[in-house]
Design a protein around this ligand. Structure first.
Ligand SMILES: *Cc1c(COP(=O)(O)O)cnc(C)c1O
Length: 417
């Protein structure tokens, strides 16, 4: 039971009646008020996580900033909260840029990514005053040379592909040779040389991001070593990628261990005056989120299928990357026999958790899946006409919806007669 609770946001407890209490809010009351499925976010947990990152990095390397890789949870309430906590925002499209600005993010703290940035998106970024645009390819340089007005200067970083393959799912490995992202070292050197001759683009430094859900510090250290070889710059953006803890078995490095590994290597190899940026996404938001479902049917057999009112419409991590999640009946936490917790979508791959123990599951039970704060909101979809769930912030016993549930009308909103 303690093991199970440890996957939920810190501060989650079990009420005397046996039900989960998240951010001080009993789950049955949340289900009553907001319906299911719902994505619950423990606001204190998210703020604490942000502070561990910001305080931890500042203590180790004062000239630094934590930039949230916003694709992990791009809703304005999250941008706003993390902006309040002092983070910069990493955006990878015109859409994310627009959301960040709408939420009050400081344009100077924006880091603009993308391996296929259009003219329109680059114009948006330049016009908004985005602090840094990350050069992924030579076309980015051509485009920006055209878009940045004469007399203007746009700060840029060059994204380097260091040839490192961390032990993670192929779909979220981005730093190996053959990656579609960034420039291999020889090409990166060419881009750097070209940018040094540019009068509109100011080369501030280099960027590296090797992948996601990385459960070991070694690849991060190697990435710092790889970009250190490119020379001395004012800024080194070391990317994101630290793994989140989804299952009992996952033992990701702590934020502090991760920062120690990065900064120890930086002290050895990077100029002491350099500014260091990091871009955590998944590990910033995963643990603060909990998906709350209602069991619709329980089909006994081998295995017993517990089918809920959500699934791959609101959590694609399982079918896209084979991510393992744990789960519990939210009113009888822990224990039970292994079941297949499945969604309601028309695919056999629509599984939330295979072989997960659930205690005496019955139709109507609330089911909670922990560690769903990252990439669930962003990858949610309308498959089978699913209405995307609300996002509910919970804090000190109070809750508020920051995103409402979609309606059937929403499903037709873009249709033209
Ligand atoms: C996705 C991404 C991140 C964040 O990765 P996480 O695994 O979510 O921490 C950081 N930087 C870039 C460039 C990315 O594409």
């Amino acid at each position: 039971m303690n093991d199970l609770l440890s996957l939920f946001p810190p501060g989650t407890r079990i009420a005397p009646g046996g039900q989960l209490v998240i951010g001080g809010c009993p789950v049955d009351e949340l289900a009553e008020q907001y319906g299911t499925p719902a994505l619950l976010v423990d606001e204190n947990a998210l703020r604490q996580r942000a502070r561990r990152y910001t305080d931890g990095l500042a203590a180790r390397w004062p000239n630094s900033r934590v930039t949230f890789a916003s694709k992990a949870f791009p809703c304005t309430a999250v941008y706003r909260l993390l902006t309040e906590e002092g983070l910069g925002m990493d955006v990878a499209s015109g859409g994310e840029l627009t959301l960040a600005l709408a939420a009050g993010a400081d344009p100077a703290g924006l880091v603009v990514h993308g391996n296929a940035k259009t003219d329109e998106e680059l114009r948006l970024a330049v016009d908004a005053g985005a602090g840094l645009i990350v050069i992924d390819n030579f076309d980015d340089i051509d485009r920006l040379e055209r878009i940045v007005p004469a007399g203007g200067t746009q700060g840029v970083l060059v994204r380097v592909t260091p040839g490192i393959r961390p032990d993670t799912h192929e779909a979220v490995s981005t730093g190996g040779a053959g990656s579609k992202f960034g420039l291999l070292v020889p090409q990166a050197r060419q881009a750097i040389a070209r940018l040094r001759g540019s009068d509109r683009l100011r080369l501030d430094g280099v960027h590296v991001h090797i992948g996601s859900q990385i459960l070991d510090t070694k690849p991060f250290t190697q990435a710092v070593e790889a970009i250190a070889e490119l020379g001395e710059f004012a800024v080194y953006d070391l990317g994101g990628g630290l793994g989140a803890r989804y299952t009992y078995a996952d033992r990701p490095p702590s934020v502090e261990d991760y920062l120690d590994a990065l900064v120890d290597t930086a002290r050895e190899l990077l100029p002491a005056k350099a500014r260091i940026l990091i871009e955590p996404g998944r590990s910033m938001v995963a643990e603060a989120g909990v998906s709350l479902y209602r069991a619709v049917t329980v089909k006994p057999g081998e295995p017993t299928f517990v089918a809920v009112d959500g699934g791959m419409g609101d959590n694609l991590e399982v079918s896209l990357y084979g991510q393992r999640f744990e789960a519990t009946v939210a009113t009888r936490v822990g224990g039970g026999q292994p079941c297949a917790l499945v969604g309601r979508h028309c695919e056999s791959g629509d599984i939330l958790s295979a072989g997960v123990p659930l205690q005496d599951p019955r139709p109507g039970d609330l089911i909670a899946v922990p560690a769903t704060g990252a990439y669930t909101y962003s990858l949610s979809n309308n498959y089978n006409g699913a209405r995307r769930p609300p996002v509910v912030f919970c804090r000190d016993g109070r809750s508020r919806a920051v995103v409402r549930r979609e309606t059937y009308d929403d499903l037709m909103r873009r249709d033209l007669p």
